[in-house]
Write a protein that binds this ligand. Structure first.
Ligand SMILES: [Fe+2]
Length: 137
């Protein structure tokens, strides 16, 4: 990760696939690294809402401030199975223009075959993760 220079765009937010670092027959690995954020006034500075149709999406959050995901800290992982809509949390959308750069290190593995959580992973699962997209009152 130290040797990778991230792709940057000052006018429009790039899709995660722009950060692809490895491709195999069954998976794609993307590396998210510190970089300046988009500068255009109307540009999104967080990932847009989407759902994967062909891949399960597993992300390991290694270090930094993962501001697009509320309550996600270093050492945590998320799994978004194919077909499930996801994107920035409401707080991240509201605060996206307050940041000029990201300092996060994360690795995403998009698996062509379904990614199954083993019992050890289920033991530490944050069962309310899906609720983190709900507006807090
Ligand atoms: Fe995604």
């Amino acid at each position: 990760m130290r040797d990778i220079r991230p792709v940057m765009s000052h006018r429009a937010h790039l899709p995660p696939s722009a950060h692809t670092t490895f491709v195999t027959g069954g998976a794609v690995v993307c590396s998210f690294l510190p970089r300046p954020l988009e500068q255009d006034e109307d540009a999104m500075r967080v990932p847009f809402y989407h759902r994967n149709t062909d891949y399960d999406e597993f992300i390991f959050y290694h270090d930094g401030d993962f501001f697009s995901r509320d309550n996600i800290k270093a050492g945590m992982c998320t799994l978004h199975p194919r077909g499930i809509h996801h994107g920035p949390h409401p707080k991240a959308l509201a605060n996206q223009k307050k940041k000029t750069q990201t300092d996060e290190y994360a690795v995403m593995l998009d698996g062509l075959n379904p990614i199954h959580v083993l019992p050890a992973g289920e033991g530490v699962e944050w069962k309310e993760y899906w609720m983190s997209w709900m507006e807090k009152k």
